[in-house]
Design a protein around this ligand. Sequence first.
Ligand SMILES: Nc1nc(=O)c2c([nH]1)NC[C@@H]1CN(c3ccc(C(=O)N[C@@H](CCC(=O)O)C(=O)O)cc3)C=[N+]21
Length: 294
Amino acid sequence: MSAKLMVGTELAAEMVARAGERAKKLVEETGVQPCLATVLVGDDPASATYVRMKQNRSKKAGIGSRSVVLPAATTTEELVAEIEKLSADPAVHGILLQHPVPAQIDERAAFEAIAPGKDVDGVTMHGFAAMAFGEPGFVSCTPGGILRLLQAYDVPLEGAHAVVIGRSPILGKPAGMLLLASNATVTYTHSKTRDLADIVRTADIVVAAVGRANFVRGDWLKPGAVVIDAGYNEGNVGDVHFEEAAEVAGLITPVPGGVGPMTIALLLEQTVEAAEALTRAVSETVAHQLDHLS
Ligand SMILES: Nc1nc(=O)c2c([nH]1)NC[C@@H]1CN(c3ccc(C(=O)N[C@@H](CCC(=O)O)C(=O)O)cc3)C=[N+]21
């Protein structure tokens, strides 16, 4: 293998440690402990594993967690009601609804029940729009984690040709927009794209986010390309054929140990940020009311 590895594990651990320090400071100064609520619908074992990982990592950072698990037959109305409760609960600062949800549920409606200030997973229309307009807000965690990884490895983005494979609303589409905001030239490709391999061969940066194991082959890559594998297929297999790609790429993320840990790190960072912002908002409101009383 000739490519250098882009390791997410260490960088993510540093981010989690920093989030932990901020969480501790918030507790000391205000008595408020950041709290992430996870919502899982149904009994898909892989989803349950991801949610458990998020909770374990939260605990490490001194972030509290609330877990809501609902049966596979839950209706949209029931799920929306649960999420609205969490949105209104002052002890909850971040809400993550694990994607995908069972087919009978309107996932968009469920995501939109997340209060914008608690959308630490960057899945609401508000979060997406803020990202698209370059306004402050929470970004979708996997795309945000990918950008952090590229920055940490000093990958030049300005003017680079980034080819994104996949266009899902919480992965491919926002990943392309974040790269665009960093002045990359972005090409989106997807299941209907013609001559996909030829397009990928022109990429300085490839982001694979299709959800098909070993989909991107070594001979699709320009020598020296930066390869980001955002796939999480069954058995911890990415979307990139790692052995082939590592012979051609300049930099490549491993699976596991690449994008995955960065996703969780950003989720925790954004949860602490939400807790800080919501706590600040409460104390400002109180101060304002006291002002009016005196
Ligand atoms: N609303 C929502 N937001 C998400 O961010 C979201 C989601 N739904 N649905 C599912 C996917 C998947 N996902 C992963 C996060 C971390 C790892 C991860 O850390 N994986 C480890 C390996 C896992 C292991 O050791 O078993 C790694 O790559 O090193 C994987 C997958 C977040 N997702």
